[in-house]
Design a binder for this molecule. Structure first.
Ligand SMILES: Cc1ncc(COP(=O)(O)O)c(C=O)c1O
Length: 394
């Protein structure tokens, strides 16, 4: 049996008529860039988040970068984030000319640790970028308290968690802006590149709209800007998928619960934890082997057995060869949890269109592997985390 990592084509076939209809509408309108479909989609995206504004952009990296620019953050400023995320989170800080400051993640959620943020603040710190990693939100209540106390801006990198929320907050409500990516592998993805930003701040909305379109405020009138527009065909595709997003996230949660029930007695790895009151939307279902040397062995075993398992992200950003040391980045304190995550994480196939046979096959293969190594786990070692966190996201 083969279990693919992504289900894009299945998803297309399931809602083909809705996607095709929106593409046809755009093609027949003759307006392909900054047209009515983009406007419609932006209104839908803002309504989905309950924010006043939403702006469609070319990709999720630009969304972070333009949000930083709109907030006036650049050379000489420090922006705190964590190194166990996709490279683009830090890349956007460097493009803006600011310095990325890496702090540790929480060992349970893998999202940024609020205590580590507070310890890393210097007079140069201007903003925090928490990433809602794998589908679960960072502790925005704690983060926004720290930001208020130290007068810092907050940009949520929500490329992986549209539709997730915390116990007392929704994405976009406790920050200056929340950015996202609609690249195909995300939980809301188009068939190509694109991204966006939601905010309740009229100034950020206005600035990002200007920056994405060559600094233009009216025809032939330009100030400093770029080209980072979301075209109408992609807006139409995402608009069709957005209508199904809650049902897609529910399906992801259902498969995650099946994985968790099937794997809970395994000894050689830990399972993802959904904190109380949070809605985890399982963009990824990530397990972590107790020993680093087991990670690649398990991935190889699964791949050989037809299960397309992957790793996210197996090199922490500060260990990448392209990591720009010096003025552009620094590490604040220990990042041991983030470094451990990089060498032990395995993402199992996760998408709404999986079926029970496929999920059960993955479970069976993972259990088969676990049975070979379980005896090497020291007695008393917990097979799964309790749900308690190191810091304030308890
Ligand atoms: C956490 C995170 N931030 C930013 C990005 C960048 O998005 P994009 O690839 O659309 O530029 C991605 C995904 O690719 C991501 O996963």
């Amino acid at each position: 049996m083969k279990v693919e990592f992504y289900g894009h084509v299945r998803q297309y076939h399931n809602i083909k008529s809705e996607i095709d209809k929106n593409i046809k509408t755009v093609l027949e309108s003759g307006q392909y860039v900054m047209g009515p479909m983009l406007k419609q989609f932006e209104a839908e995206l803002a309504a989905y988040h309950g924010t006043k504004y939403a702006v469609g952009l070319a990709n999720g990296t630009d969304a972070i970068w333009l949000a930083l620019m709109a907030l006036g953050i650049g050379p000489g400023d420090e922006v705190i984030t964590h190194p166990n995320t996709f490279f683009a989170t830090a890349e956007a800080i460097w493009i803006a000319g600011a310095t990325a400051v890496f702090v540790d993640c929480c060992p349970t959620t893998k999202c940024i640790c609020p205590e580590a943020i507070e310890a890393a603040i210097t007079p140069k710190t201007k903003a925090i970028i928490p990433v809602h990693l794998y589908g679960q939100c960072a502790d925005m209540v704690a983060i926004s308290k720290i930001a208020k106390k130290h007068k810092l801006k907050v940009i949520e990198d929500n490329a992986q968690s549209i539709g997730a929320h915390g116990p007392k907050f929704k994405v976009g409500q406790l920050s200056d802006a929340a950015t996202t990516s609609f690249i195909i592998q995300k939980n809301l993805g188009t068939f190509g590149d694109s991204g966006g930003l939601v905010t309740n701040n009229a100034e950020i909305d206005k600035a990002v709209r200007r920056l994405r379109n060559h600094g233009s405020t009216a025809r032939n009138v330009h100030s400093y800007g770029f080209n980072s527009r979301l075209d109408d065909i992609h807006a139409g595709i995402i608009s069709a998928k957005l209508k199904h997003l809650d049902e897609y996230n529910d399906a992801r949660r259902k498969w995650a619960a099946r994985y968790t029930a099937g794997l809970k007695d395994c000894k050689t790895f830990t399972l993802p934890v959904e904190l109380k009151g949070y809605r985890h939307v399982f963009h990824l279902y990530v397990i972590e082997t107790l020993k680093a040397e087991w990670r690649d062995q398990l991935v190889d075993f699964l791949v050989k057995n037809g299960v397309d398992a992957k790793t996210h992200y197996s090199i922490a950003i500060h260990k990448q060869a392209g990591y720009p040391w010096g003025k552009k980045a620094r590490i604040a304190g220990s990042v041991a949890n983030a470094e451990a995550n990089a060498v032990t994480c395995i993402s199992l196939p996760m998408y709404p269109e999986l079926n029970a046979k496929e999920v059960d096959y993955v479970i069976a293969k993972v259990k088969e592997w676990d049975a070979q190594f379980a005896s090497q786990v020291p007695a008393g070692k917990k097979s799964a985390k309790s749900g308690d966190c190191c810091c304030s996201c308890k």
